[in-house]
Design a protein around this ligand. Sequence first.
Ligand code: NDP
Ligand code: 8X3
Length: 252
Amino acid sequence: MESSLFITGATSGFGEACARRFAAAGWKLIITGRRKDRLDALAEELSEQTPVLPLVVDVRDRAAMQQAIDGLPDEFARLRGLINNAGLALGIAPAHECSLDDWETMVDTNVKGLMYTTRMLLPRLIAHGAGASIVNIGSSTGNWPYPGANVYGGTKAFVHQFSLNLRCDLAGTGVRVTNLEPGLCESEFTLVRFRGDQARYDATYAGADPVQPTDIAETCFWLLNQPPHININNLEIMPVSQTWNGFTIHRK
Ligand code: NDP
Ligand code: 8X3
């Protein structure tokens, strides 16, 4: 029985692109997200290439995640990979103007959701052993500060350190862990962040030639196809157009 790949947040952006990339190579897929219409449509389309199981579930809902994972049908129960991708940023206001509700949503999704999925699937990945992979989708914001990244960047710093710590705990199991850290990428991420504001979406990407979801999917495909003795620990990807500013000095 072939093993499957579990992708969280496959209804758009990186997750959807990953589902398409791995399906094209014949990987058996478990895809998740909250938007049932999109998930079912993708599953139906990709089912022509490979077996696909859609799971409509919110990663923040621990009980629902546990139920979905416990109920995996035999055909999909053996796992070879996990792409922990579901996540979001909300707003870009300075900390003292942010909504605590938004901060909680980001922590619940990017930290706790990723934590639940990982913990619940680890026994299956360890059972697979050599060649199994976890790719956590972190962010350049986990490494580099910028104004307004406050809690979003903090959640991705968690993903960075959690990934390294997982590697320590998984020593001897054969399970690999990578923290993939994209910078500016074009996806609905920016519409979610700016609550559907198309003008801000357009301004974010104008003239920047951003990284595309297909670039991230290609990178994930490369990561999961490394020989079993190789672990890529961290991989940060930016468009060539994106670099750093110097320190800001506020003068009186
Ligand atoms: P998208 O908004 O296109 O996709 C986000 C995906 O996450 C959707 O499928 C969404 O599905 C899912 N998701 C969000 N919240 C939940 C939830 N509570 N439960 C289940 N699924 C959820 O954005 P990207 O593809 O760009 O983002 C994917 C990941 O990449 C995120 O972790 C993001 O932080 C990270 N990232 C993005 C960058 C960018 O510039 N785009 C750069 C660096 C990192 P649904 O709404 O159907 O639940
Ligand atoms: C998203 C990267 O720079 O758009 O993780 O905040 S950025």
